[in-house]
Design a protein around this ligand. Sequence first.
Ligand SMILES: Cc1ncc(C[n+]2csc(CCOP(=O)(O)OP(=O)(O)O)c2C)c(N)n1
Length: 719
Amino acid sequence: MSAVEHNTNGLSHQIVVPSQDREKIHLALRTIRCLVADLCEQYKGGHPGGAMGMAAIGISLWKYAMKYSPSNPQFFNRDRFVLSNGHTCLFQYIFLHLSGYTAMTMDQLKSYHSTRTDSICPGHPEIENDGIEVTTGPLGQGIANAVGLAMATKHLGTVYNRPGFSLVDNTTWCMIGDACLQEGVSLEAIQLAGHWKLNNLVVIYDNNQVTCDGSVDICNTEDVNTKMRACGWNVLDVEDGCYDVEGIIAAFNKARSSTDKPTFINVRTVIGVGSKAAGDAKAHGAAFGADDVTNIKRIFGMNPEEHFVVSEEVYSYFRDAENRGKALEVNWQQLLEGYSKEYPELHGEFKRRVEGKLTVEDWSRLIPSKEDFPTSPTPSRKSAGLCCNPLASQVQNLMVGTADLTPSVNMAWKGKIDFQNPDLKTTCGINGDYTGRYIHWGIREHAMASISNGLAAFNKGTILPVTSSFFMFYIYAAPGVRMGALQGLQQIHIATHDSIGTGEDGPTHQPIALAALYRAMPNIFYIRPCDSEETAGAFITALQATSTPSIISLSRQNLEQYPQHSSRDGVQRGAYVFVEEEDADVTLIGIGAEMVFAMRTRQLLQRRFNIKARVVSFPCQRLFEQQSIEYKREVLQYRSKAPRVVIEAYAVNGWERYADAGFSMASFGHSLPGAAAYKYFGFDEEIIAPEVVHLVEDVRREGIESLRGEFRDLNPVHH
Ligand SMILES: Cc1ncc(C[n+]2csc(CCOP(=O)(O)OP(=O)(O)O)c2C)c(N)n1
């Protein structure tokens, strides 16, 4: 009997472990545990304990349960595996090595914690490397990513599968430890997976009751299984997780036959099993020391004199993984071919998505032209709806969600279908099914961003997640947004109610410091458009940025429209000349909702003070940084004698690079209607213009050099 029974499209639901495998399993377990100990000992560091404790789970997954193809790590319908407890990365690296991922050589394994810059064994798994689906390490992120990956399967399978053509039906497997279960984001994600009945998701809990500080009960005494059941999960227990591969497989079989719930398998293990530190926090994150490594090898019947030993017997035990994977691929390709004949149109769309392309090639025509935008004052959150709604309704890749702010963020389009379990019947009557592309995340900003990373990582470009909330609450989402940027996952974050213009909700809702955070974050475009035309430019930028997420920062309040000055092309360059002026005395830098103050100040300076101001619009610092030095000089005129003044109702940090002085915010804001809040904090041309006049006079008197290194806060109002 073969180790794994195949059906036409992957693995059958019943996995059988042949009895003759038992000895090989035990040899593999002993080998893997000694290898982990050796790999941590060589550079005297790393996280050995969890990887040793989880070895039997790894054998169950890579040898028996998972659908994957080592010779083609990107095989579309592969099972996705996420190591949410990413510090145990040696666990994953060793199984990638054993199952034949060619890049993961023994030499590479030995580079763990070394100085090698070409190592594919970093301290936490990274998405760029074969066999790694998502970068993990910040605890709790991985389980949220796994929910996104399982959602992607559910959605794509429901949209594209047809009777006899199960094109997308993979399982997502996720390892977590005690720590992941304590992170808030994991609870948010767990709730959603249960709510959506993601029966294609299996979470395996490495229950060793140990974290860094000691035993888990120093801070956590909840009944985990009861919590999981309450969230709508199947719960299964495995008592001897260190050795009982057949018991683990039995749980996997049950998990895969679940029709309406995700499954949580609570596997009891012993951290650092076999070592003197077994069961103790000491085994979590430090090498065992040479003596204990010797002891471990004795206990496991291996030769203490030998290191990094994997016998031919162990390699040959795993060797069938490659052919099994190739067979999966052949089956899937045949299926796809039949599908292309039966459903040519759907196949065309599916193919584009597999290739990571948008389903509408000339998508930019869906974004309104300048002439089609309103000319009267319009909130940029409304402009964003005008841009995004037609895209979302036509481009099938977009999955658009909100953290319970549908009425505020304008992302819902006419005819949208919600992503929901089709059996759900809500009290308010808003229902949906798995074909749906509008997501009610509930009030879970962190999970919204982290699950979206999973959606985007399923296959780059297949799904383009759009999230939305108030900008202030992207501080709750920040760990997920950051991981998206780190992994180069394209997505669009719609952040409305930016600046103090958000008004009456007060300082709790006025995001003063957040722009500085996101401008500093690598590989993310934080874009603040000043009107509808610039909002169009922000969307074009975001859609073209296939390896970079974007945050489009939008106003709640009406904004003046500047069709004579604003430019979607200009946005794509980060900053551009909004109003040129020969021999200007000053350059005013206007941004987003505060452009109006730059424009009004320019007029007042001219009218009352006979001072000539040019205006630069500066929606995105990172895009500007990508321009040539010639372009930057042309826009900012670094070498002119005219000082540059930035006007933005945020913390000024970062603008010192582009300006000599500024009007900014130094407090958290105040609860006042938007217009009154601006006035209260000095954002008013009657206050700004005289201060600019002083600056210009100072420069005339003492020269522009007098400002060098001395960024001036021009705002006389400090509340
Ligand atoms: C968000 C976050 N906080 C803190 C850490 C640091 N950290 C790494 S591992 C760990 C505890 C892990 O406990 P557990 O999941 O039980 O793993 P085990 O001890 O079994 O290896 C902590 C706090 C982290 N990686 N991510």
